[in-house]
Every structure is written in structure tokens, then in C-alpha cells.
Design a protein around this ligand. Structure first.
Ligand code: SAM
Length: 234
């Protein structure tokens, strides 16, 4: 086999697929012409961790976007804030707000935003479940709180927006959490949503190496429907 340079372990193949789907949503927003939307969008990283996904979101965010990030661990919030510091210099037009709170509190977090920010459309959301790499493995996401956050974001997601959930079956409760996310995603009406599911095919659940990705894209609607929903200007 010819020798090749080693690839870094992160982003993984599934991380890259998630990023491609999120970038697609950002690019659709840009192509529609930001000026046709009433307000710049919100992007959410519901599991900040070390901030890789948040930094990616910020790099492809439409102009003047608002990036919201949540994590329950101060250590993660610190790491993500550091990683985002450089990314923020590249995107001074965007605003970043980080919360050391569980993503199940997103409804309250949203309600506490200034009125104009609350009106912004939600364009993208990312979950990378499980524990903080290199951190406390007992502090990990749980199906119940993940679903609470996911439901809130699903309800708010704008047409052509995308939610991505990277699941791990190796964690305690991981298989159940993956199944819960998948059930929710699979129940989305196909007339309004495109849902894709991609899973390791050569790794076992037991022993816990299998990972999967659930991508939920809200399908486009007509300009008239967009106006009625208050998403674009008359
Ligand atoms: C796999 S890591 C995320 C990796 C991260 N997206 C990155 O790019 O580095 C999962 C994170 O979820 C966080 N977490 C666990 N339960 C949470 C909750 N209820 N709300 C928000 N974050 C949570 C953990 O603290 C951990 O940092």
C-alpha cells in the first residue's frame, strides 16, 4: 500500500459529514440573499465540548449571525471559549454567546434573549453526544435532555435549515439515546423534512465503538409561505 500522510483523528468521517450538511444550510441562506431575510440567523451548538463544532459553525455562518453554545461543564465552556477566540477574530460581524447550562434549558435561554434576537430564524444546530473527550466520562448527555433540546430546535428550524446529531453507542445509555433521537427524526413528515441516517457498518454496538449521524433538513417552502411565517421581507 502506498504510504500517505496520517490524517488527524478529528474531524472524523462522521464529523465531516455533519459539517458538510451544516455548511449546506449556511450556503443556502447566503445564496437566497441575506438581504431577503428579515433578520440574520441563529446557529446553535448544543454540546460545546472543546469547541471544534462551534468554531466550524462560526467559520461558515452567514453575515451577522448569532452563535449560541451550551455545555454543562465549566471545563468544556473554558476550552470552547479558548478555541472560539481565534475563530471570532475571523468573524467580527457575528456574535457568540456561551452558556454553562444544559441544552434542555434552551427554551429558557432563548426566552431570555433580547426581543429582536428572539425573532431571528434558527438556521443550524449541532449535537455531538456523549462525554467530553479527555474529560469526565460520567458527565455525558442523556436521552431525556437531548430530546428536550432537539424538540425545541426542531420546532424553530427554518426551511433549508439543518440539525445534526452525532451519536455514540459505546457510552452508558448511548444506544438508547441514539434510538430515541432516531425515532424522533424518523417521525418527521417527509413532505417537510429530509432525514438521513449514517452509521458505522463495521463496528459493534456492544463494546461500544459504533457511531452514527442523524441529519435533519427542513425542506424549502414557497416565498409566500416564508412571508406568512415572517421569515422574509415582503
Ligand atoms: C462529545 S462532547 C462535544 C464535542 C464538541 N462538540 C466539540 O466540537 O469538541 C459532548 C459534550 O456534551 C456535554 N454535555 C453533556 N450533557 C449536556 C447537556 N445536558 N447540555 C449541554 N451539554 C452537555 C458534555 O459536557 C461534553 O462536553
Amino acid at each position: 500500500m502506498p504510504s500517505s500522510p496520517l490524517l488527524p483523528s478529528r474531524p472524523s468521517l462522521l464529523d465531516d459529514l455533519a459539517h458538510a450538511a451544516l455548511a449546506r444550510a449556511c450556503s443556502a441562506f447566503r445564496q437566497s440573499g441575506s438581504e431577503s431575510f428579515a433578520l440574520p440567523p441563529v446557529l446553535v451548538d448544543a454540546t460545546l465540548g472543546n469547541g471544534h463544532d462551534a468554531a466550524f459553525l462560526l467559520s461558515c455562518a452567514p453575515p451577522e449571525a448569532l452563535l449560541l453554545g451550551t455545555d454543562i461543564q465549566p471545563r468544556a465552556v473554558h476550552a470552547a471559549t479558548e478555541r472560539l477566540a481565534a475563530a471570532r477574530q475571523e468573524r467580527p460581524d457575528c456574535r457568540v454567546q456561551i452558556f454553562c447550562r444544559g441544552h434542555q434549558e434552551l427554551p429558557q435561554i432563548w426566552a431570555e434573549l433580547p426581543p429582536e434576537e428572539r425573532q431571528r430564524p434558527l438556521l443550524a444546530g449541532v449535537f455531538n453526544l456523549g462525554w467530553l473527550p479527555g474529560g469526565d466520562k460520567s458527565c455525558l448527555t442523556r436521552a431525556e435532555s437531548t430530546l428536550a433540546a432537539l424538540d425545541f430546535l426542531l420546532e424553530r428550524l427554518m426551511p433549508q435549515g439543518c440539525l445534526s446529531v452525532h451519536c455514540y453507542t459505546g457510552n452508558a445509555g448511548g444506544p438508547e439515546e441514539e434510538q430515541a433521537v432516531l425515532r424522533r427524526a424518523a417521525a418527521l413528515p417527509p413532505r417537510r423534512w429530509r432525514v438521513a441516517y449514517c452509521r458505522d457498518a463495521n463496528r459493534e454496538d456492544s463494546g461500544g465503538r459504533a457511531e452514527s449521524l442523524v441529519l435533519m433538513e427542513r425542506l424549502p417552502i414557497s416565498r409566500r409561505e416564508m412571508r406568512v411565517a415572517g421569515l422574509c421581507q415582503a
